[in-house]
Ligand binder design. Structure first.
Ligand code: DAT
Ligand code: MG
Length: 140
C-alpha cells in the first residue's frame, strides 16, 4: 500500500556545502521513497509565496533572500506517517536544539540556514508539493 506524502527542500546551504548526497542518503535510509525530485533555483516571487505564512515575521526578508541565494532540491517523499516521521528526522528548526542524529543537527548552520524544509501537515504537504510539481513529474 502506498504511504502518505510529504514535501521537502534541501535548502541553499545544504546544496552549497555538498550535502545533497548525505541528506538524501539519510532520507532513503529512514524509509522514505522519493516519488518526485528536481534541482533548481527559486525566483524571489516563488520564495515569497512559499513562505507567505511568515510574511509579517522579522526574518521574512532574510528568509526570502537566503532561499533564492542558490539552488535547492525539491522532492516529494512517500512513507507511512510521512509528515510526522519526516519532521522527526529533520529535527528542530534551530539546529542548536535539534536532537542528535537528525538532519539539522548534522548539517544545518543556524536557525536561518537550516539545511532542510519539511511540511508541517498533510494539508500543507499537498499544497507545497503542488506548488513545485506537476502531475506528470511524479514517478509513482
Ligand atoms: P520549520 O522550517 O522548522 O517548519 P518555521 O516554519 O517556523 O520552521 O520557519 C520557516 C523557516 O523560517 C525556518 O526553517 C527558518 C526560518 N526561521 C524561522 N524562525 C527563524 C528565526 N527566529 N530567525 C531566522 N530565521 C527563522
Ligand atoms: Mg514550517
Amino acid at each position: 500500500m502506498a504511504g502518505t506524502r510529504t514535501f521537502t527542500m534541501l535548502k541553499p546551504d545544504a546544496v552549497e556545502d555538498n550535502n545533497i548526497g548525505n541528506i538524501l542518503q539519510m532520507i532513503t535510509d529512514a524509509g522514505f521513497k522519493i516519488v518526485a525530485m528536481k534541482l533548481r533555483k527559486l525566483t524571489e516571487d516563488e520564495a515569497k509565496e512559499f513562505y507567505a505564512v511568515h510574511k509579517d515575521r522579522p526574518f521574512y526578508g532574510e528568509l526570502v533572500e537566503y532561499m533564492t541565494s542558490g539552488p535547492i532540491v525539491a522532492a516529494v517523499l512517500e512513507k507511512e506517517n510521512a509528515v510526522e516521521d519526516f519532521r522527526k528526522l529533520i529535527g528542530a528548526t534551530n539546529p542548536a536544539e535539534a536532537e542528535e542524529g537528525t538532519i539539522r543537527a548534522k548539517y544545518a548552520e543556524s536557525i536561518g540556514r537550516n539545511a532542510v524544509h519539511g511540511s508541517d501537515s498533510d494539508e500543507n504537504a499537498k499544497i507545497e508539493a503542488d506548488f513545485h510539481f506537476k502531475p506528470e513529474e511524479y514517478v509513482a
